[in-house]
Each structure stands twice: as structure tokens, then as C-alpha cells.
Design a binder for this molecule. Structure first.
Ligand SMILES: [Mg+2]
Length: 172
């Protein structure tokens, strides 16, 4: 099966990288955590100008779990909502993790590939994949920024997992 895996907030600890780059500490409880210090424009500019926000640590065990999906015989595709000129930094990060052979698509639209299964931390993405013609079996990875706040609610219509491990165990 083809498994779509999101990067930021799932495999790559974007919050940690963003905190390091900005020298500020964030404890995100919603999608707009950066507004404590930055406007939407300033945040977008950082994503556009600063490759280091995409060069942070993996979540502990996350890379191992991606390898586990592959070892089980599935095809993994990374689809990540990053600026297109961040392709090299994204690829180099994956090469460094021994995942250089995984196809990468930089796109805000997670339905841009036909996936059988998917995991993402953005509720809107999970919903779009579920409702896509492929009816992807998509799961929301619960994170502090998508689990508690009113804006994202509890998303009762979505499949959810508490950990990447929980998702991978369904596949292997
Ligand atoms: Mg994400």
C-alpha cells in the first residue's frame, strides 16, 4: 500500500526547530502559536527565508517507525506543506535519516497523490484525504495544537491516533 506521511509535526519537530531559530520558547496549544511574537506575515517570511526551521530534530522514534512501514513492504511518500525552494533541505534531512529513497512532494494539498493510508497533524488535511476520490484511510496524529483548542475542536468525524507508533502498528 502507499502510505502518505506528513513531515512537520509528525516526523520532524518543527516547534523545536522554530524555537531554536527564533530564540523563543513556544508551547503550542493551537495552530497559531507563533502569534505570541509574530504576525502571520512575519511567520510566513521565516518559513520562506530560513531553512533551519526545517532542519530540527526528529520526534523520538519517528524515523525508526517510517523505516518500519517500509520494511513491512509499503511505499512511503512524504507530502509536506513547505515552500518549493525548501526541497533540497527537506531531501538532505531525509538522506541524513537514511530515508533518501522516499519520494517527496512539497504541497499544501495532501490529495495531490493517491494514498491508501495517511497520517497528518492538520485536521483539514485529514478530512480532505478522507473525502478524496481515493477515500484515503487518513489519521490525525493528536498533538497539543490540534487536540484541545476550540478552533479545531475534537474533530469527531476524523480517525485519530495518539502516537505514530499506534498508526504504524495498524500497518505492520
Ligand atoms: Mg504537519
Amino acid at each position: 500500500m502507499r502510505v502518505l506521511v506528513d513531515l512537520d509535526g509528525v516526523i520532524h519537530n518543527f516547534i523545536s526547530a522554530f524555537s531554536t531559530v527564533t530564540g523563543k520558547t513556544f508551547y503550542p496549544r493551537d495552530w497559531y502559536f507563533y502569534r505570541k511574537y509574530y504576525t502571520d506575515y512575519q511567520f510566513a517570511k521565516k518559513l520562506n527565508d530560513e531553512p533551519r526551521v526545517f532542519m530540527g530534530p526528529e520526534y523520538p522514534g519517528a524515523v525508526f517507525l517510517v523505516h518500519a512501514i517500509k520494511r513491512a513492504g509499503h511505499e512511503v511518500v512524504i507530502v509536506t506543506d513547505r515552500p518549493s525552494h525548501m526541497f533540497e533541505v527537506t531531501r538532505d534531512w531525509l538522506i541524513d535519516k537514511g530515508l533518501g529513497d522516499i519520494p517527496i512532494k512539497l504541497s499544501p494539498d495532501k490529495t495531490c497523490i493517491e494514498a491508501d493510508w495517511a497520517i497528518d497533524d492538520r485536521p483539514e488535511n485529514v478530512r480532505a484525504m478522507m473525502n478524496s476520490p481515493k477515500h484515503t484511510t487518513a489519521y490525525l496524529l493528536k498533538r497539543p495544537w490540534n487536540a484541545y483548542t476550540r478552533g479545531h475542536g475534537s474533530n469527531p468525524d476524523l480517525n485519530k491516533v495518539n502516537s505514530l507508533d499506534e498508526f504504524v502498528r495498524m500497518l505492520v
